[in-house]
Design a protein around this ligand. Structure first.
Ligand code: KG4
Ligand code: ZN
Length: 337
């Protein structure tokens, strides 16, 4: 079965073609450079670029796959959560294709697609599992029985983890997106230089990252005030390495405790922050120490990409599920599914 996937939830315009579970092509254009000077994504710019890029990206993906449009048998598209202006471009494009080709449309949840990215590897996770989405917009912990039965068991009470990376990087003049910049700066010698702490809640598995964001910015400002000059590279490294270590430790601790509580030995990660090198290393160590099976997507599929969208569409289609052509785009995540 040939499936075409489309993902336009934020600043990436992505299309992929799969034959069953095999990725034949994936192609992504990004407007990230046009947001850099604002220190974050500007929804209006993102939506306009989605409109400019969508046709090219879909054509390219089909060409790279060597598959003509008339051979596509199902279309998967992300319809939320995300930026509604951006989502509408992909959703309407997908609806028009589905209607024109008379093939099923499958509306895919952006966050579940992040988790499905780990299923694109040859060694696939087994159900049930704990799914942890760590991205620019979400820090959501799920108990996943299968992709049609998912329960939210924890989330951030304020900023998403990637959002905090981006906001802190902006304060340090490191550019956007902040995650990869801070990841590159990380120096293990300084991982506990400053005692920054993230919030975890005793009841349940919620987290909080806005406190650490303020603490990091205050530390920078107070040191600059004390020294009466901007911080040097080494001092910046000390602060940001301590920040990253605290974030990574909190995420890992949360998920290990949840695995104990829900008695599941399988954990699946997804979202841009799952590309973080330190996070991947600490997860690997924790998996060994606690006897857990952890599944992290390949780097190329941590961030927004249409390949997992097409993959999840294939699974749902196979189990008899299709979406209505009246489905809408939505910005916030419904609490239960
Ligand atoms: O999943 P994603 O591409 O888009 C959303 O759904 O939000 O995630 C983007 C987020 C950004 O906040 C970015 O700073 C963060 O993922 N990110 C990282 C890394 N690469 C991307 N955070 C930490 N370390 C990284 N290496
Ligand atoms: Zn995403």
């Amino acid at each position: 079965m040939y499936i075409l996937g489309i993902e336009t939830s934020c600043d990436e315009t992505s299309c992929a073609v799969l034959r069953d579970r095999d990725i034949l092509s994936h192609c992504t254009l990004s407007s990230v450079k046009q947001h850099k000077r604002f220190g974050g994504v500007v929804p209006e710019i993102a939506a306009r670029r989605q409109y400019d890029y969508i046709d090219t990206v879909v054509r390219l993906a089909l060409k790279k796959a060597g598959v003509r449009l008339d051979r596509i048998q199902a279309i998967g598209v992300v319809n939320g959560p995300g930026l509604v202006g951006s989502l509408l471009v992909g959703l309407n494009f997908a609806k028009a294709l589905a209607l024109n080709r008379d093939v099923p449309l499958l509306c895919i949840n952006h966050l579940y697609a992040h988790l499905y990215a780990a299923f694109l590897k040859p060694k696939r996770p087994s159900f049930p599992f704990l799914g942890f989405v760590v991205s620019g917009g979400h820090t959501h912990l799920y108990l996943v029985n299968d992709f049609r039965s998912i329960r939210l068991v924890g989330k951030t009470r304020d900023d998403a983890v990637g959002e905090v990376y981006d906001k802190i990087a902006r304060q340090f003049g490191l550019g956007y997106p902040g995650g990869p910049c801070i990841d590159k700066l990380f120096d293990i010698r300084f991982k506990q230089q400053y005692p920054f702490r993230c919030g975890i809640f005793l009841q349940g598995f919620d987290t909080s990252f806005s406190g650490i964001k303020t603490a990091v910015v205050y530390k920078k400002e107070s040191l600059e005030k004390e020294r009466r000059m901007p911080l040097g590279k080494e001092e910046v490294k000390k602060i940001l390495s301590s920040f990253q270590e605290s974030v990574v430790t909190t995420l890992v601790k949360t998920v290990v405790q949840a695995a104990e509580r829900f008695k599941t030995g399988t954990i699946v990660f997804g979202g841009g922050v799952a590309a973080n090198q330190r996070f991947r290393t600490v997860l690997h160590e924790a998996a060994g120490k606690h006897g857990l099976k952890m599944y992290i997507p390949d780097m190329a599929f941590c961030s927004d990409n249409a390949a997992p969208v097409a993959g999840l569409a294939y699974e749902l289609c196979k189990s008899g599920f299709t979406s209505s052509l009246h489905e809408r785009a939505y910005s916030a995540m419904p609490l239960s599914v």
